[in-house]
Design a protein around this ligand. Structure first.
Ligand code: TEU
Ligand code: CA
Length: 541
């Protein structure tokens, strides 16, 4: 089965299921829930980092690439998980953080101790540039008492690696091969479009310095090299690159099959349509016109140039999409299904973030003490420093924090949502009694809707392989598209608003059949009146 037919499920291990009652999710918990994932029908699970790490950035600060953090289990436990998953035809995707390591990594420690070989693994300069760290402040920190500075595009404890050094590159390839040998079948490469820094690093006031280190031409060379040295020869392996502040032409280059870089890319433009002036720590209602324009330009151009998108609404860095794009108090269920249809019938590989399949929402925290994430804590402080009141800064953190998606999976209405029997590392969301897996499987309809979408992708090659065209691009409420493959076509219509609206169905679809619909009993007429957040897909051949 090609990666175009597959659906990938993302698990944030810390928050999935705690089996040894220490308040932290673990590998044994994932293993225990494999039948649940099989029931859903997903093909692969992406695990956020489970390596040894001081957890300053929840595992994205790796101290040892070839290890399993005792917090989550053991290497043996991981091997058991990989094996048990394979038995159910589910593969494991690992998160490869190759742009930076924790300052507790032995390489950084040896570099600090003066070993020249390891100093060449990092990006050291005697003068910092004006680049801003993605987690706040200048992107350079003093390198011990050497008078030099090391680059950290993220937290101070995450030192950027020097990909210009072939020895360093070989070490990282070895890491990828190590996990391939363990049976890992997928790799998600963290901020992989930032690895190729220029030799000479210059000040760049524009956009916090991003143009100086993002999508540089040499980045493509490194990816081709990585491909050749590791997964390139194994057609079973699936790769996805997480791309920070990228563009369509770059993502076409990263994913065009004949270039042998990656299978697909994540980009975040559609998740910035509720940012004021592109700034995250602000609030506004989402800009639907902009969202649609992004979907249409990415969809059309990737389709025309044979690039491939990873499709998603949620991940561990984003507040829940239901709270951002849907009137969640009145239309949570309809909205959850509509959002799901909008991406699962689209051109690209869909990802489901844990809890999305039961319509989980943001936790509704009431105090700053409940937040754990380093980015959120830094941002809160920066907002106070800039003169915002505590109340206003809290409101923004509440809407924007990455912790919104990192709360424990809601399994049942038991204490701590059935995630653990002890107080979890981060508080459980307020809705756990109403929104949980046990209840959803008994009386809900979101989970079964996801099952159906996953099934459709496998039953209709058109969904996996078809081209993409915009439908009614100027309609104020509808995000619609057409998929075509040979004589077959699919029309997907999504009403993104709580207001009804009427649309005209093109003649070719009047004799088609409805593949999926989030309301019952719709007949295909020349004019269809769409209900709040209604989504319909009509197929004809
Ligand atoms: O994220 C990269 C990234 O660009 C986001 O962190 C983004 O800048 C941020 O979330 C804005 O809110 C990846 C991981 O997904 C993230 O969890 C890590 O913190 C980051 O890389 C560093 O490894
Ligand atoms: Ca545990």
């Amino acid at each position: 089965m090609s990666f175009k037919e597959k659906v990938i499920y993302q698990i944030y291990p810390k928050s999935f299921l705690d089996t040894n009652q220490d308040g932290v999710g673990d590998l044994a918990g994932i293993k225990q829930k494999l039948p649940y994932l099989q029931q859903l029908g997903v093909d692969m699970i992406w695990l956020n980092p489970v390596y040894v790490s001081p957890q300053k950035d929840n595992g994205y600060d790796i101290a040892d690439y070839k290890s399993v953090n005792p917090l989550f289990g053991s290497m043996e436990g991981l091997e058991e998980l990989i094996f048990a998953a394979q038995e159910l035809k589910i593969d494991i995707m690992f998160d490869m953080v190759l742009n930076h390591v924790s300052t507790e990594h032995i390489w950084f420690q040896k570099a600090l101790a003066g070993e020249k070989k390891y100093q060449d693994y990092f990006i050291l300069r005697d003068q910092p540039t004006d680049w801003v760290s993605k987690f706040g402040g200048n992107a350079w920190a003093p390198f011990g008492d050497t008078g030099n500075y090391y680059l950290h595009l993220f937290d101070k404890t995450q030192a950027d690696l020097n990909w210009r050094n072939p020895e360093l590159r070989e070490e990282l390839y070895e890491v990828v091969r190590f996990w391939m040998d363990k049976g890992v079948k997928g790799f998600r490469f963290d901020v992989i479009n930032l690895i190729g820094k220029d030799e000479e690093l210059k000040d760049c006031a524009e956009n916090d310095g991003k143009p100086a280190y993002t999508d540089r031409p040499i980045n493509h060379e490194y990816l081709r090299d990585l491909n050749q040295a590791t997964y390139g020869a194994d057609s079973e392996i699936i790769t996805v690159g997480e791309m920070s502040a990228t563009s369509i032409p770059e993502c076409i280059l990263y994913t065009k099959p004949e270039r042998h870089e990656l299978n697909m890319t994540f980009n975040f433009h559609h998740l910035k349509v509720d940012y004021v002036d592109g700034k995250k720590w602000t609030q506004m209602p989402f800009d639907f016109t902009r969202l649609k324009e992004l979907f249409h330009t990415w969809g059309t151009q990737m389709s025309e140039e044979n690039g491939w998108n990873a499709l998603f609404w949620n991940n561990h860095d984003q507040p829940r999409a239901l709270n951002r794009f849907v009137d969640v108090d009145n239309y949570r269920v309809e909205g959850a299904k509509m959002l799901a249809s909008a991406i699962h019938l689209n051109r690209g590989t869909p990802y489901i973030y844990m809890g999305e399949e039961i319509g989980m929402v943001d936790p509704d925290f009431t105090s700053m003490d409940q937040y754990v994430d380093v980015e959120s804590l830094n941002a809160y402080q920066e907002m106070l420093d800039a003169g915002k009141s505590e109340v206003d800064a809290f409101e923004i953190v509440k809407a924007k924090s990455r912790d919104n998606s990192r709360t424990p999976m809601q399994w049942s209405s038991e204490k701590y949502s059935g995630f653990s029997t002890v107080n979890p590392w981060i508080s459980v969301g307020k809705t756990a009694n109403e929104i949980n897996v046990a209840k959803e499987l008994q009386e809900g309809s979101i989970f079964s809707y996801y099952q159906k979408l996953i099934r459709l992708r496998k039953d209709y090659p058109l969904i996996a392989e078809g081209s993409y065209e915009a439908f009614l691009p100027d309609h104020p409420q509808i995000y619609g598209y057409l998929r075509r493959l040979g004589k077959e076509s699919l029309l997907v219509i999504n009403n993104f608003f709580p207001q009804e609206t009427t649309i005209e169905i093109p003649d070719e679809f009047l004799t088609g059949k409805i593949l999926i619909n989030n309301y019952e009993d719709e007949v295909i007429d020349k004019n269809i009146q769409l209900k709040p957040y209604q989504s319909i897909a009509i197929y004809c051949d």
